[in-house]
Every structure is written in C-alpha cells, then in structure tokens.
Design a protein around this ligand. Structure first.
Ligand code: HEC
Length: 190
C-alpha cells in the first residue's frame, strides 16, 4: 500500500518548514548583529581606556563597565548576550553547560587550524521551552589582549587583576589562540 500525504497537507508541511528555516535565519542574523555591536563597543571602549590611562585603569573600567555594556546591548537587540570561555576571569562569565560543549568544539577546531574568530555555532532545534535560538561566535586572542590575558603580565596589571578577580583563570594565552566566545539566546515569540 502506498502512503499518500494529501496535497494540501503536504503544502502545509513545506510551508511550515520554510517558515521555520526563515525564522532561524532571521534570529541568527539578529544574534550576529548583536555580537558585532557588543564586540565593537567593548573593543573601542577598552582600547581607548588602555591608550589614555594604561592597562591598570582599563582593568577597573572593564570590571565596572563590561557587564553594563553587555546588558545595554542585550536590551537594545531584545536578546540575551555575553562572553564566556573555557578559562574565565570573571566568575559571572563562567560557561553554562551548553556553552561549555560548544567551546570545547571551538577549541578542537581552533587547534586543528581554524581561525578562532571565524568559528560559529547556531541551533534552533531541541532547545528548552521559550528559547528559539542559541548562537556562539569565537573570539581570538590578539596582540593587545596579551597585556591582560597573556603568558606574562606586568606586575601592576597582575595585582589589579588579582584584586578584582581572585579566581582569575584567563591568563596564559598566546596570540591566535581561542580566547573565548560570544554567546546569544533569542527567546521565542520575540
Ligand atoms: C586592560 C586589560 C584587558 C585587556 C587589554 C583585555 N581584557 Fe579581556 N578581560 C579583562 C577583564 C578585567 C575581564 C573581566 C570583565 C568582567 O568583569 O566581565 C575580561 C574578560 C574577557 C572575556 C570574558 C570571559 C572572561 O574571561 O571573564 C573575554 C572573552 C575577553 N576578556 C577577551 C579579550 C580579548 C579578545 C582581548 C583583546 C582584544 C581582551 N580581552 C583584552 C581585561 C582585559
């Protein structure tokens, strides 16, 4: 016996598949736009501060402002966003379970030769209720990052980091390594 899906039903299935992949593409584009926004804002704020006042002042600034900047970007784009890594400086940036899985995969890809900033993850399947999309994007360690995340830090920098982040684990990186990732969650119906 041949199983036949009625034409109208088949059309509905095709339409809903199309719609859900269009919704995914739209959410992923929103996530990426928010990441670009946050990345640009953090970078320009940090670099301006390092240049004007040096890395120690920039650490204080990062401690006070990085979470606020992320919260502003989240509100502006109507989603949740942040930065994380397998080794973090702030305990507030420690990865959630799903983020740790993606970070481990990014790390494998980076070690196999992919440029960290080109790594992307996006999923809209099998997510907890209320979440339409999860997105992550790799962050590379660049030369200016080494002053605060490198293998050897100037003593005043190390002291300032220790003062704000007694559990800091985000040093020892080399240029070109994966430093961490941006993450985004988009809610459904949003
Ligand atoms: C002046 C010191 C300084 C420099 C330079 C610096 N960072 Fe950081 N970084 C920090 C501080 C402080 C935090 C913790 C911010 C917070 O409290 O959320 C941080 C946090 C992070 C985090 C979030 C995860 C974590 O470890 O808590 C990432 C990712 C990160 N930095 C990447 C970079 C990259 C990439 C660069 C270079 C483009 C860079 N940083 C340059 C001081 C610095």
């Amino acid at each position: 016996m041949k199983f036949k899906i009625p034409d109208r039903r088949r059309l509905l299935i095709a339409a809903s598949l199309l719609l859900s992949s269009a919704a995914h593409a739209d959410d992923a584009a929103r996530a990426q736009a928010a990441v670009t926004d946050l990345g640009t804002q953090l970078r320009s704020a940090l670099m301006a501060r390092v240049k004007a006042e040096g890395p120690v002042a920039a650490i204080n600034f990062c401690h006070d402002q990085a979470p606020t900047i992320a919260a502003d970007v989240a509100q502006k784009h109507g989603l949740r966003i942040g930065r994380t890594g397998l080794r973090t400086r702030s305990p507030g940036n420690a990865p959630a379970d799903w983020q740790r899985v993606v970070l481990a995969d990014f790390e494998t890809q980076a070690q196999a030769g992919s440029a960290p900033q080109t790594l992307r993850y996006s999923s809209s399947e099998g997510l907890p209720e209320g979440i339409a999309l999860r997105y992550m994007q790799g962050i590379a360690t660049e030369a200016p990052c080494l002053a605060c995340h490198g293998q050897t830090l100037a003593e005043p920098v190390a002291l300032a980091i220790k003062a704000h982040y007694p559990e800091d684990a985000a040093t020892g990186f080399r240029e070109g390594q994966l430093r961490g990732a941006f993450w985004v969650e988009v809610s459904s119906g949003n």
